[in-house]
Design a protein around this ligand. Sequence first.
Ligand SMILES: CC(C)(COP(=O)(O)OP(=O)(O)OC[C@H]1O[C@@H](n2cnc3c(N)ncnc32)[C@H](O)[C@@H]1OP(=O)(O)O)[C@@H](O)C(=O)NCCC(=O)NCCS
Length: 181
Amino acid sequence: VTDVAFRACATDELGSSTVAQILDLCHACWPDGDFTQDDLEHALGGRHFLAESAGRVVSHVAVVARGLELDGLPVRAGYVEAVATLPPFRRRGLARRLMAAANAHIVAASQLGALSTGEPAIYERLGWRRWMGETWVREPDGTLTRTPDDDDGIMVLETPRTRPLNVAGRLTCDWRTGDVW
Ligand SMILES: CC(C)(COP(=O)(O)OP(=O)(O)OC[C@H]1O[C@@H](n2cnc3c(N)ncnc32)[C@H](O)[C@@H]1OP(=O)(O)O)[C@@H](O)C(=O)NCCC(=O)NCCS
């Protein structure tokens, strides 16, 4: 891939035109309004991994910090959001390359990686494991609620700071508007 440049930066270093390009990219990759304003908010506030061609963002991965709970114990997680490659740039390894950089960031900075996907194969090849247990959300008032629709789509990445992991256990996320996972 010769005509594509790679970079990583924090959200506050992006500039509003790059944020707008990421939003355009996500709208192109999730048509029919499937990428919502909440989905954009979920992808901001952490670190972005970008592939750019002719000055435009053509592939993107975000990692944001989230508080999860593993079998009731708090875990500082790097949560992957808004993984997308523009259709003409697909099948060239761009998402894989950006995810490899995101993996390295999570391993260096977080106690666990986590993400929600309907496309587990891409992540499995990069060392992510499917969550086999129950998923839950901690509501704003502290109540724990099951999220059964998400059980099959959650994946985790171990880091050197991950406590011994039981992937059949209970994984809980913090509350947010829109899709909690
Ligand atoms: C999923 C998506 C990000 C992949 O982007 P990409 O840059 O084409 O991915 P890559 O070229 O790096 O391919 C990564 C791996 O997935 C595989 N892959 C990519 N697209 C695939 C497809 N449509 N079907 C099956 N496998 C696919 C590749 O074989 C590759 O695996 P390998 O290199 O180990 O053989 C892109 O198709 C997309 O934007 N889809 C719409 C949005 C989406 O579904 N995002 C992910 C949801 S969490």
